[in-house]
Design a protein around this ligand. Structure first.
Ligand SMILES: [Zn+2]
Length: 725
């Protein structure tokens, strides 16, 4: 992994050289071994920790998986006073506190989940320096009980986790983060360690400004975000059907854990259900609209490894304690490169090969743009919000419904929020507390009409920023240069600061543009698709997943070594005696481009060819034309395929195979009389549907009956959400 650093201290790497004492050096390593049971630091952890002991404030931008939490956990053991950690996610804080307690570190949370007595105890221990770590949610920073005692509470280090949340230009703005600087001042300005995984130069600037850090008293430590073990790919699907096919293939080729991200709750539901039907496998669904219990369950099952696939919105992410996520699949257009990078960063934290794929249609891109246009701030809307605020009492706390001041929900609520933040920054009002859409506010100065124009300017600025984020995302999708380079450039980093070298495991653009200079590469690039296609056919024939036949790794090895004899083939790892006997000859033929391989191709029957075409989602009449058989014959192939393909259902890549009405009519008749013949059905329905349609519907109904016996309930309504992407 690249370890490019920048800032005024970038060149100093080794602890001995940056002037902490020998005894401190020993203490740090002894704590690493004896408290955390680790033998060494990951890149940059050591520098960050050393600088904490030298009293510097720091902003550390480290990619997910780089080991951010150790950077404050270790110092908390050795520092004289408590370390205060501000973190946006309560459940995550509690988990971290528990984990630290299990290491013998006295870590507590101070949250509204605790009883008043517990909270008093925590404050007491904090004051007496008995605590080593206190976790606080940002909204606690306005709690009167805490604020009253703040100047009596010691703090050796203030940690700001997910520090990008302080910036409106980040992807997860939390207004309460703006209180941190005041909070810090009240505690006597202890050193800050601000941590984040993603920050553009703009966000970085915002973090420093709002934390009140100036160039003289802070250090920036930045690790290149190249993550070379993650393959980056983008697929622009031209149709709805192609999108389904791409999603299907991406999941089919992966046997490890995959997170499927969508941008709306409805889409998360839709894809979760679609995939679970397509693969006859449980797929977790996670979004903010589900109950707390449901979310905790999915979170836990996925963390424990009992759940492999989760379809989720961006709500799923922080605190996923699973390092072996092999793929992150994004469906639809992300709002910004920041948000997208944060999500794919969750793949391959164990350092093993993983992938990040974005599947998007031109329609998704257009839709994102239309949504943006709707958010364009209108002066009238701002004036309405301001006039409501101006009618409220002065110097008294009152509840204001941020969302309901306007008729429509979405954009207007964001105007309400933005107005609140701005007026609070201008000192016009104070937000005392906030729950959901409700804010408890105290207006300190009269709200005046001239403020509306200032507010509108501010909102315009914000809107422009969102437009430019959209443009950056669009250009990432359309890029014809390396996607890693594109990402690094977006975050103001250069590829030269990272250790990665363009190769076919880097991204789809690099893979396509690999120079075909050396012989081995030529062989490998030419042979690879043939091997993959062959494996696909065998997998279909034997009804198994492709990786069961051979892993990608073995195929890659075969492509690059190109063995010429059975003996040479036997030498390749991944090829045992059984596989050698079963596939050896076919493989040699394929690898040598022997005419034999052509035989393998042409040996496919019309039925097998039809099945291949069905898999691609080609309509029946076209399949009949292509394999040169009568439609009725091809329907026979389809009937057979319906029996054997567990992934096939009424919907096929999102399209109905037969008209839904056929099913509606047939099911009740067949329930009463399951043995009814095709001909009598045809007569009974007065020839309204063709024999072909009836045959397919019959096959599907009987299949769904069978699968409902084994607990796989067909869900005819699961598709209805697909209309509104
Ligand atoms: Zn690349």
């Amino acid at each position: 992994m690249g370890t490019g650093t920048s800032g005024t201290y970038g060149e100093l790497r080794i602890m001995d050289r940056i002037g902490i004492s020998e005894s401190m050096h020993k203490k740090i390593f002894s704590t690493l071994h004896h408290v955390f049971h680790l033998s060494q630091f990951r890149p940059l952890q050591q520098e960050i920790i050393a600088q904490i002991f030298m009293g510097y404030s720091q902003l550390a931008i480290l990619p997910t998986g780089a080991g951010k939490s150790l950077c404050y956990q270790l110092p908390s053991v050795l520092l004289p006073g408590p370390t205060v950690v501000i973190s946006p996610l309560l459940s995550l804080m509690q988990e971290q506190a528990q984990r630290m307690q299990s290491l013998g570190i006295n870590a507590m949370t101070w949250s509204h989940w605790d009883s008043p007595q517990q909270r008093r105890n925590v404050l007491k221990d904090w004051r007496l320096r008995k605590l080593q770590v206190v976790f606080l949610a940002p909204e606690r920073l306005r709690h009167p009980e805490l604020l009253r005692q703040l100047n009596t509470l010691p703090c050796s280090l203030l940690v700001v986790d997910e520090a990008h949340s302080i910036s409106e230009w980040g992807h997860d703005f939390r207004p309460d983060y703006r209180r941190i600087s005041h909070f810090r001042h009240q505690m006597g300005d202890p050193p800050i360690l601000a941590l984040t995984a993603t920050a553009t130069p703009r966000v970085e600037e915002d973090i420093l400004r709002h934390l009140g850090l100036s160039a003289q008293n802070f250090r920036i430590i930045r690790q290149a975000m190249d993550r070379p073990n993650i393959f980056l790919g983008v697929q622009v699907a031209q149709t709805h059907q192609e999108k389904h096919r791409n999603v299907f293939e991406a999941i089919r080729q992966e046997s490890g854990a995959v997170i499927i991200y969508t941008w709306t709750r409805r889409q998360a539901e839709y894809w979760g259900q679609w995939l679970s039907r397509a693969f006859a496998e449980k797929v977790g669904i996670y979004h903010a609209g589900l109950s707390q219990e449901d979310r905790i369950q999915v979170h836990q099952e996925f963390s424990k490894g009992t759940l492999r696939l989760v379809a989720a919105t961006t709500a799923f992410g922080m605190g996923i304690d699973r390092s072996d996520v092999r793929g992150v699949l994004n469906i639809g257009m992300p709002p910004s490169v920041d948000a997208y990078t944060q999500q794919w960063g969750r793949a391959g934290r164990d350092g093993n090969k993983a992938w990040a794929r974005l599947i998007v249609t031109p329609g998704d891109i257009a839709q994102r743009y239309r949504m943006l246009l709707q958010e364009k701030p209108q002066i009238q809307a701002v004036e309405r919000v301001m006039s409501i605020l101006s009618r409220g009492p002065l110097h008294k706390s009152w509840w204001w419904d941020v969302g309901s001041s306007e008729k429509n929900s979405g954009p207007d609520e964001s105007i309400g929020e933005a107005v609140l933040i701005s007026l609070e920054e201008m000192g016009v009002l104070e937000v005392v507390a906030k729950t959901g859409h409700q804010a408890l506010i105290t207006v300190k100065q009269p709200v005046q009409s001239w403020m509306a124009a200032a507010m509108k300017d501010r909102l315009d600025q914000r809107y422009k920023q969102r437009l430019s984020q959209y443009e950056s995302m669009k250009s990432y999708i359309e890029a014809n240069r390396c996607r890693r380079e594109e990402t690094l450039a977006y975050f103001g980093q250069s590829s030269s600061s990272s250790s990665w070298v363009a190769n076919q495991d880097c991204c789809d653009v690099c893979l396509e543009g690999m120079p075909k200079s050396s012989d081995t590469e030529t062989t490998s690039l030419e042979t690879w698709p043939r091997l993959v296609a062959w494996r696909q056919r065998i997998a279909q024939r034997d009804s198994v997943r492709p990786y069961i036949i051979f892993s990608d790794k073995t195929l890659r090895l075969l492509a690059s070594r190109a063995p010429k004899t059975l003996d040479e083939l036997r030498q390749c790892p991944g090829i045992g005696p059984i596989k050698l006997a079963r596939y050896g000859k076919d493989l040699l033929a394929l690898l040598q481009h022997d005419p034999l391989s052509v035989r393998v191709e042409s040996a496919k029957t019309a039925k097998e060819q039809s099945w291949d075409l069905f898999r691609e989602g080609i309509p029946l009449d076209q399949v009949a034309l292509r394999v040169n058989r009568k439609p009725s014959t091809v329907i026979g192939y389809l009937e057979e395929w319906i029996q054997y393909d567990t992934t096939l259902s009424w919907r096929w890549y999102g399209e109905s195979i037969v008209h839904p009405r056929v099913r509606e009519k047939l099911e009740p008749i067949l329930t009463q009389n399951p043995e009814m013949t095709l001909k009598s059905l045809f007569v009974l329905l007065k020839g309204e549907y063709s024999y072909g349609e009836l045959r397919i519907a019959l096959a599907l109904i009987k299949k769904s009956w069978r699968s409902s016996h084994v607990g796989c309930k067909p869900d005819p309504n699961a598709h209805t959400a697909s209309g509104g992407e």
